[in-house]
Design a protein around this ligand. Structure first.
Ligand code: 13P
Length: 255
């Protein structure tokens, strides 16, 4: 049985006061939800703020990105070692916003995945197609290409210590969620691709869905056999909404 996994990606939002208020509400609610693994991913500059608030909590700390290089002359970069130093356990790599707005290629994402794992971080690898790619019927080809870059760089076995997030770009922040059937089809495809390389890893790896997940639609998504949780954007900034999504994951855990 795969334990459900829900991560909140705060993206570039928040400030000291709002983060404090959000975590004060959120952490007690999450403490009651024991059947699900939860992670919050604040912006880099607020990791130090979140860290003491999370001490003793079951919720883990993650970052939204990392630099592919180790410590050194890389102005503006944040290394895997720095994230470890701040008690991060997870890091998102290859978010579609990084790919589309910051020019990250499949190879760069694969490198970041490898560097994160070498440092003992669990990468949350994002894959997903744009609307144009979906309409052109290339969803599977795009997702397979993004996944293959990581398998080529790190090997399929490396996916065992990762989480894969399927985030169709057209569903992110748009209010347009993939239907549970649409999402399930791509999740099953991803698991099948991993299985081609390593059956046991495919059975074990969590594949979570991201893109306009809300408390109102989370349950329908999480009940699907290959949807092992969610990567949540906007709804992760609202304590009750995020907690309700985590509760939905807990309810579907046994299915
Ligand atoms: P939304 O939940 O705001 O659509 O964002 C999804 C996402 O990109 C999480 O990484």
């Amino acid at each position: 049985m795969r334990v459900k996994f829900v991560a909140g990606n705060w993206k570039m939002n928040g400030n000291l006061a709002s983060n404090e208020a959000l975590l004060q509400l959120l952490l007690p609610a999450l403490a009651e939800i024991t059947a699900v693994e939860t992670v919050i991913c604040p912006p880099y500059v607020y990791l130090s703020q979140a860290r003491p608030l999370l001490r003793g909590a079951k919720t883990a700390l993650g970052a939204q990105d990392l630099c592919q290089y180790g410590n050194g002359a890389y102005t503006g970069g944040v290394s895997a070692a720095m994230l470890k130093d701040l008690a991060c356990s997870h890091v998102i790599v290859g978010h579609s916003e990084r790919r589309a707005l910051f020019g990250e290629t499949d190879d760069l994402v694969a490198e970041k995945f490898a560097v994160a794992q070498q440092a003992g971080l669990i990468p949350i690898l994002c894959v997903g197609e744009t609307l144009a790619e979906r309409e052109a019927g290339t969803t599977e080809a795009v997702v397979a290409r993004q996944l293959q870059a990581v398998i080529k760089r790190s090997g399929a076995a490396a996916l065992r210590n990762s989480v894969i997030a399927y985030e169709p770009v057209w569903a992110i922040g748009t209010g347009k969620t993939a239907t549970p059937q649409e999402a399930q089809a791509v999740h099953a495809f991803i698991r099948g691709r991993v299985a081609n390389a390593d059956r046991a890893v495919a059975d074990a790896v969590r594949i979570v869905y991201g893109g306009s997940v809300k408390a109102a639609n989370a349950g329908q998504l999480f009940v699907m056999p290959d949807i092992d949780g969610g990567l949540i954007g906007g709804a992760a900034l609202v304590a009750e909404e995020f907690a309700a999504i985590c509760r939905a994951a807990a309810q579907k855990q046994a299915v």
